[in-house]
Design a binder for this molecule. Sequence first.
Ligand code: ATP
Ligand code: MG
Length: 561
Amino acid sequence: MSDSDSSPKLDFIREIIADDLASGKHATTITRFPPEPNGYLHIGHAKSICLNFGISQENAATGAKCHLRFDDTNPEKEETEYVESIKSDVKWLGFDWGDDLYFASDYFQFFHDCAVHLIQKGLAYVDDDSAEEMRAKRGNLTTPGTRSACADRSVEENLDLFARMKAGEFREGECVLRARIDMASSNMNLRDPVLYRIMHAEHHNTGKAWCIYPMYDFAHPLEDALEHITHSLCTLEFENHRPLYDWFIENCPVPSKPRQIEFARLNLTYTVMSKRKLLQLVQEGHVSGWDDPRLPTISGLRRRGYPAPAIRDFCKRIGITKFNGTTDVALLEFEVRDFLNREAPRRMAVLDPVRVRIANWSDEPLEHASVANHPQNPEMGERLVPISAEVFIEREDFMEDPPKKFFRLGPDRCVRLRGGHIIRCTSFEKDAAGNVSLIHAELLPGTVGQDAPEGVVCKAAIHWVDAATCADAEVRLYDRLFTAENPDDAEGGFVSVLNPESLKTITAKVEPALARAAIEEICQFERVGYFVTDLKDHSPGSRPVFNRTVALKDSWSKQAK
Ligand code: ATP
Ligand code: MG
């Protein structure tokens, strides 16, 4: 390792890996991302994906690989829809498993053979105790457990009973296979954990071939070892399970010895992350689906317009540690803004339009204004936006009785139409409800691309669209899904703190070019925020549908103050 300032400090996992490669313990790394296909991936999974696939990219020169493995050992909860969505999300995030796509259910025979091996070594037994009896005999942190009477069964009897479990001779819950480890261990996970249970269920991959299914703690180390995983990275909840992981690796006939290392999971403010809770939001109709742009799912973030590189930058920024905490969602939004500020072309759209009529337009008519696509990046060029005697501006850019510091439009005040003339408001009209309905203005000749003439105060340029040629667009203003910083802690449960204002749909006036926007086209609506055409509901040629990715400024931190 070089100690120059330019080499970024490695996190503790990458340090371990660097040491293992340097010492020759491993010639290369094989990591894995092992989702259970029981829901869509969320931003927490992105952290794990960036870590596991990131390590393989960084060590590509040594032939490093990262497997995508579906941990589909539970027949009841998994669906092929989830398998497809997970593959597509990992790809979209920018990672590639190459040929290394695996299903844990393909290893059922191997798990079974390992179980038989443990029985033969006297390290596993079939237990007839009910779940309740097992719980009662397990003891607690201060009291050792007592072993089931079944633990004294002979190897032959256990082999016979296990074969009969497999053959379907027993009902669900009638018996289980347990490891014989230590009923007095201070680590509860070692008190003769269950290895196999009976489930008369159909599995999406193996159909009815099996009616016994392995527990996660038993299957996972065997999956890793079978795939020659060098470093098995998981979240901190599994720290207590590591002795068990190592016990299985030690006592089963495995072809390699993977090492489990735990890191802190990602938690984010103003959202919930567990698949079970996300599923509940979907099933109860609080959101439109797993890819609702308000959800922290990868597919939701994508529809919201969060670019994959910004998500990867976010994962890099939060880093890998051993400390559980909650990350402020504002940090994720910051990365998105930061990326889009650099990358997104500028467009004009008026979300809350009021009409301006320019009386003396014929004095100096313009056909179009020339507006920069990106003020800081001249390479992105300029575009011509049609303009005529009537334009729409944002209602909030006009004040009937403005204070001194208001530099936009008001009676007798001047403002520049971005890329066009300076205009002066001469009068205005109101509708029956008392809202301003029409602003009368005049243009100041000779001001296109020129400073304000002597004696004219004009300190701001505002965005606008041409009333004659603009298009209507459906704009979905998304906000945070929850009003509470930690929805999981809410007294009434997380559903009780859903934000009723998390989606407002409006019709906006947009510059004509946006009527032809492609699917997933992203841009900044100048002075408003970043918007993306909806992946599902937008179709080029019909009325455009835009989702607000993020506002230009963080309005929540203002509210908090
Ligand atoms: P959830 O608790 O949200 O249902 P899970 O842990 O059950 O998630 P899996 O499909 O088992 O989901 O997870 C696949 C991988 O992603 C695991 O290695 C897991 O450790 C990791 N992972 C899941 N959630 C997070 C998170 N919030 N932060 C970091 N890694 C995570
Ligand atoms: Mg899980």
